[in-house]
Design a protein around this ligand. Structure first.
Ligand code: NDP
Ligand code: OXD
Length: 321
């Protein structure tokens, strides 16, 4: 038996987050290492070397004094870092092509939906109206991508290839072929002033909480061929001020919004976002985590780590992502 138990702590339900499915996948890649799904009163806490988690209950990891690495089973670590008792060991987050490709699909789908006026065409179909609207070229639209990390960089590159003008914003200065890049506090205003469709792929940190507010929406470019600025947020709900999104939609500061993430999830049934005619809602499934891809990624990282190699995609706790 390989030394060092791998524990799984997964808050999930059906489909991709079914804890049982994760146990099967990890058993398939762990060789003869013991894999334990928490809570398990029979598990020996001192034998635990690795934890693979998604939104574990606060305090649960503090019991493992021989823990070496925490693997977060998603890209965003905001929920994990909110645990004040989190052991001081490296946290590895997900950064794999499978997840990146799924997010790029989502960003491209919703950017094109707004650009090609798909909601209006659906409404016309429902009323049996043949009314081809004037359609502008992709090159007339500037998509601004907030967050040029693993996900933002790929989305920006694919949007560029489709023909959109693309600008990007990040914490530190970045360079991406064909994408005009801005960074830091000083770069935000010029970035927004060029942006017609704002795609938010930022992590939720103390610096980014509520960044998507009225003040920011008012600084977006007003000369969009779409008729007004559009917001697409697939980062985290805590990035946005939902009351500001609604009031900005109602007074024309925003033309439309696609939202995958919300302050409270599931989005409460009485949220006015559900029924707003210019809001498209998806249930936090922009980029599903695939247990096959992620369990293989974790197993490969453990093998490299135990052979003395570096862990990849380690979270910077001070910066919160
Ligand atoms: P990365 O850590 O690779 O990238 C984060 C990017 O945000 C970096 O470019 C970083 O700048 C930038 N950033 C962070 N803080 C600031 C700041 N204060 N000001 C300006 N830029 C900032 O993350 P990923 O691309 O992998 O993922 C991004 C987020 O997407 C996740 O944290 C998660 O919340 C969300 N997500 C949502 C999913 C969904 O289904 N809806 C699925 C997966 C992820 P720099 O490059 O300088 O470090
Ligand atoms: C993630 C997510 O962070 O699915 O990976 O939201």
């Amino acid at each position: 038996m390989t030394e060092g138990t791998l524990v799984l702590a997964i808050q999930g339900g059906a489909d991709n987050w079914s804890p049982q499915r994760w146990v099967e996948r990890f058993n398939a890649v762990a060789g003869d290492r013991k894999v334990v799904l928490l809570p398990d009163p029979a598990a020996d806490p001192d034998a635990v070397h690795y934890a693979a988690v998604w939104k574990p209950p606060q305090g649960v990891l503090a019991a493992f004094r021989n823990l070496r690495v925490i693997f977060n089973l998603g890209a965003g670590v905001d929920a994990l870092l909110a645990d004040p008792t989190l052991p001081d060991v490296p946290i590895v987050r997900v950064a794999v092509d499978d997840l990146t490709g799924r997010m790029t699909e989502y960003v491209v789908l919703h950017t094109l939906m707004h650009h090609r006026q798909q909601r209006r065409l659906r409404d016309d179909q429902a009323r049996r109206l043949w009314r081809p609207p004037a359609q502008w070229a992709a090159s007339a639209v500037t998509v601004g991508v907030m967050g040029l990390g693993q996900l933002g960089r790929d989305a920006a590159a694919v949007l560029r290839r489709i023909g959109f003008a693309v600008v990007g914003w990040s914490y530190s200065a970045r360079a991406i072929d064909g994408v005009e890049c801005f960074s830091g506090g000083d770069g935000l205003a010029p970035f927004l002033a060029k942006t017609h469709i704002l795609v938010c792929l930022l992590p939720l940190t103390p610096d980014t909480r509520h960044i998507l507010d009225r003040r920011l929406f008012e600084r977006l470019a007003r000369n969009s061929p779409l008729g007004g600025p559009v917001l697409i947020n697939a980062g985290r709900g805590g990035l946005q001020v939902e009351a500001d999104i609604l009031s900005c939609l109602d007074d024309g500061t925003l033309l439309a919004a696609t939202l995958d993430v919300f302050a409270t999830e599931p989005l409460p049934a009485d949220s006015p976002l559900w029924s707003h005619p210019r809001v498209t809602i998806t249930p936090h499934n922009a980029a599903d985590t695939d247990p096959d891809a992620i369990s293989a990624y974790v197993a490969e990282q453990i093998a490299r780590f135990e052979a003395g190699g570096p862990l990849r995609n380690v979270v910077d706790r001070a910066r919160g992502y």
